[in-house]
Design a protein. Structure first.
Length: 160
């Protein structure tokens, strides 16, 4: 935007500054909305292993519950991006027959092999901390480590 300013002369300078201020406010408002929404979105992601099905909860404004019987599950994909690899968490995609897109995506999974076994066999996970039939929030252990690592530099900056 700096290269535009030398070409603006006199009265033409006011519209250039107004456009610059409008775009700056738009970018700041959008970034603030994303920063405020992201923690709410992460807290809304939950899953539950019931006796015969997986129940995935999600949504901040529009809540969604997806019920997937274990018998309908045809494919389970595990993915891990660079940041997820850094923090030791995974994404598990649960797919059923007749659907191109995954029916559910489980984020922040610390041990995807256990979740995969649970979904394929339909057997309870020993020591998962959740009672059968009650919502189990996404594995918090690895996520607490992520929060701690991210908060470290912020705390150091704030103490200066």
């Amino acid at each position: 935007m700096v290269w535009v300013l030398p070409f603006a002369q006199g009265a033409a300078l006011a519209p250039v500054w107004m456009i610059f201020v409008a775009w700056t406010l738009f970018i700041v408002a959008t970034a603030s909305a994303v920063v405020a929404w992201l923690p709410l979105h992460v807290r809304s992601l939950r899953y539950c292993f019931e006796g015969d099905r997986l129940v995935a909860h999600s949504g901040v404004w529009y809540h969604s519950k997806v019920f997937i019987p274990y018998a309908r599950i045809t494919d389970i994909n595990v993915q891990q991006g660079p940041l997820e690899r850094r923090f030791g968490i995974h994404r598990v995609f649960v797919q059923t027959a007749g659907s191109f897109l995954p029916e559910a995506i489980l984020f922040g999974i610390g041990n995807p092999d256990r979740v995969r076994e649970r979904l394929l066999r339909g057997t309870p996970l020993a020591g998962d901390g959740a009672t059968e039939g009650s919502p189990s929030e996404v594995s918090r252990g690895p996520l607490r480590g992520v929060r701690g690592e991210l908060a470290g530099p912020l705390d150091a900056r704030a103490s200066r």
